[in-house]
Design a protein around this ligand. Structure first.
Ligand SMILES: Nc1nc2c(ncn2[C@@H]2O[C@H](COP(=O)(O)OP(=O)(O)OP(=O)(O)O)[C@@H](O)[C@H]2O)c(=O)[nH]1
Ligand SMILES: [Mg+2]
Length: 460
């Protein structure tokens, strides 16, 4: 849905809770005339009309002919003290699907229209209740997949990104002022450029620091991908089951048991992880297996980390070493699991293989699994303590804007050192300031807002 609809005024309504059978359903309404409009559907309209903001009213919601629709509670918010900054009423109804249907029909009769995705938050932004980074944090908060993602999103919702961006912008504005003075000065007499670069360096460092948090932020939000790889019969499916503590994958001594990859979700120290069991590497015997091996290759390719299983009873062969060498060359994070250490003839696991750490395990007897798990946890960067309130960004939009600001400032710095005309430096700084302004929404266009709010679901 495009931005245009979202910018229309008028009274809007949307279900804020999931549609389904539940104890309560919350319907959010907002608009300049919203309180009067909802009152029109109540048995005792005067109650709502005269209610003060931040109070709750109890009434029957009725059809135009007086028939009862539901017995509801109504929370009243008067402008500007509401989420959207407009008059707003939240209706707490019984969570019945036909009941919710009837309430919406009635609200539409009363002049409301269905809100578009993100429309409430969009109005909050337009009315100055929150900046764009906080608006994004709302979406990040409700879609958080782990405790850490939730904590970090809350931190951003509290304005952490906004404050950091403002601090960077302040350094730049100070620097810009010194450039402007120098520009005036240069008109009178030419000479060497003299601007204090300290502020510029601080801004560059702070932006680089924020950029560096993106990958971690993303990982907390969307999770890491952990792929189990190795030759057929190495014990991938057995390890998959051991990590899940459940007999999910079929295990057998037939080579090529797993023909397609399997996926499951686990949480590793607060980070949601998608765990993949893959089809073992070997020369495929038919088209289906060939396709399975190909898909598994793609999974390994995209993984945050690979656990490469070696059958410790046999030790690694030439093919294993080749595959590990390739993973190394491509820069993958890999840990080698030397499996089947319970077997009598199992050879001793070396410390390293092709430069990768080797850990001895027995998937069958659940030995060494906890140590492997710890190793994985450290590597997918989950070592961070749960209560850490440091700022992480996880919006791609913010990341790209920070990159733009960083490269503009890098240009500016190079120009300063190369004694390029100061007005070029000023242009680069303006560009960086523009990018930073887009993060908070101080500089915005319909296109920007559309990109931010189109990702929201209805009711937010
Ligand atoms: N002794 C012993 N046997 C194991 C261990 N792990 C797996 N196995 C056995 O090795 C055989 C192959 O195990 P799977 O887990 O199916 O191996 P896979 O790597 O998934 O094999 P494919 O799906 O064919 O690629 C089975 O008979 C398992 O019981 C282990 O730690 N010790
Ligand atoms: Mg298998």
């Amino acid at each position: 849905m495009s931005f245009e609809g979202r910018l229309e005024s008028g009274a809007i309504a949307a279900l804020a809770t999931p549609l389904g059978q539940s104890a309560l359903a919350v319907i959010r309404t907002s608009g300049p005339n919203c309180i009067e409009m909802v009152s029109g559907g109540l048995k005792k309209p005067q109650l709502l009309r005269s209610a003060a903001g931040h109070t709750v009213v109890h009434s029957a919601l009725v059809e135009a002919n007086g028939d009862l629709i539901d017995d509801v509670l109504l929370a009243v918010f008067r402008a500007p003290r509401s989420y959207t900054g407009e008059d707003s009423v939240e209706i707490y109804a019984h969570g019945s699907i036909p009941g919710i249907d009837r309430i919406f029909s009635r609200l539409f009769q009363l002049g409301f229209r269905q809100a578009l995705g993100g429309e409430f938050t969009m109005r909050a932004f337009v009315n100055g209740k929150l900046d764009l980074s906080r608006a994004e944090a709302i979406q990040e908060l409700v879609s958080a997949q782990s405790r850490e993602a939730h904590i970090h999103a809350l931190h951003r919702l509290g304005g952490a990104v906004e404050r950091r961006i403002h601090a960077i912008r302040d350094s730049l504005v100070t620097f810009m002022a010194s450039v402007a003075i120098q520009l005036d000065y240069d008109e009178m007499e030419t000479g060497e450029v003299r601007c204090d670069q300290g502020q510029l360096d601080t801004a560059l460092r702070d932006i680089a620091e924020l950029l560096g948090t993106y990958e971690k932020g993303r990982r907390y939000q969307f999770g890491a991908r952990l792929a189990l790889a190795g030759k057929t019969n190495a014990g991938k499916s057995s390890l998959f089951n051991a990590l899940l503590k459940e007999e999910r994958a079929i295990v057998s001594d037939v080579h090529g048991t797993t023909r397609d990859y399997l996926e499951a979700r686990i949480i590793v120290r607060g980070v949601p992880v998608r765990l993949y069991d893959t089809a073992g590497f070997r020369t495929a015997t038919d088209d289906i297996e060939r396709e399975g091996i190909k898909r598994s290759g793609n999974i390994v390719e995209a993984a945050t980390m690979v656990v490469y299983l070696v059958d410790g009873g046999k030790g690694p062969d030439e093919e294993d070493l080749q595959r590990l060498g390739l993973l190394k060359k491509e820069g993958h994070a890999v840990v080698v699991a030397w499996n089947k250490t319970d077997l009598e003839g199992s050879s001793q696991a070396p410390d390293y293989l092709e430069g990768f750490k080797v850990l001895g395990i027995s998937a069958l007897q659940y030995r060494g699994i906890d140590r492997l798990f710890e190793f994985i946890a450290e590597h997918i960067n989950a070592a961070q303590s749960a209560g850490d309130e440091s700022l992480l960004i996880d919006s791609q939009r913010q990341f790209e804007l920070l990159e733009r600001a960083h490269s503009a400032l890098t240009e500016a710095k190079a120009s300063l050192q190369g004694n390029v005309a100061l007005d070029m430096v000023a242009l680069d700084i303006q560009d960086a300031l523009g990018a930073l302004g887009e993060i908070t929404g101080e500089v915005s266009s319909e296109e920007i807002l559309d990109a931010v709010f189109s990702g929201f679901c209805v009711g937010k």
